[in-house]
Design a protein around this ligand. Sequence first.
Ligand code: PHE
Length: 346
Amino acid sequence: MSTSTIRERLEEIRRQALEALSQSLEPAQVESVRVRVLGRNGELTELIRSLRSLPEHERPVVGQLANQLKRELEERIEALARELRRRRIEQSLAQPALDVTLPGMEFGRGRIHPLTQITGQILEIWTAMGFEVALTPDIEDDFHNFGALNFPPDHPAREMQDTFFLEGGRLLRTHTSNGQIRVMERRRPPLAVVCPGTCYRRDELSVRYSPMFSQLEGFMVDDFGKVTMAHLKGTLTEFLRAFFGPEADVRFRASFFPFTEPSAETDVRCIFCKGAGCRVCKQSGWIEILGCGMIHPNVLRAVGYDPQKHAGFAFGMGLERLALIRLGVEDMRLFFENDLRFLAQF
Ligand code: PHE
């Protein structure tokens, strides 16, 4: 290469580099110009390297020119990079600032639904008394919801419980008494089990009824003679006093269920009027809490037990009812509407 070609080449590198720098708006663009021209294999670096092949007397002049250009470009690049960094900082300072003194965003804290809380307390009482907890299906067949529980095919009690029927003869359980059958058909006495669960009946949602509600079934089976009506009364009284308080007054009234014999309904003295009579207890002074009785021999037979050898008691209670009474709330719908203003109180 002749010195004049080298001079031209130097001039060209300078022109292109300055042009590229003038268009650089980002530090990254400046850096790529630097690499392209001054990097280890950059245009100018290679040119300087190639000067070694020039005759010795020509070297100093072009060498000086090349080094001058190198310094000039280094300085420009450095200055431009500094300027761009400064502009960036100024821009970000000009943005609206975060005001750290503003109050933070509030996130509502979730909590356990009051019905779930009460159910938990009830299960705690029963498990403390030695009962185990079993969950059984909401979707049932006729046998487990009715047949095995001694409802004859056209028994009026079957209509009494307005049932949601599903395809293929299946249905939504109308009570948790299917739990007795489900557990007993798989296991042998002695058994003491409670089955909480959701039940379904064709009722309109109202102050007192809901088409979907919760029950807790319980039963105890052992050798014939070991479990009697007296045990039933003692166990349920114990539970009700644990739940409502030691002074709770409890009474048993004769009743009827196809799956128990004898059957009873259990009331507690109205905790609102202390028995004087009020709207909640419909002036009777008592609030009905649950149904119970000695398991009918036909039910024991249906699960393959011998009623001569085994006996047991069973009971079923509505959980919304217990929760309403405990919380002093009168409207069943409050449990299902999920109005946070109501739920947040508990
Ligand atoms: N299954 C009954 C009902 O739904 C309650 C009950 C359960 C009664 C067990 C007696 C024994 O009303």
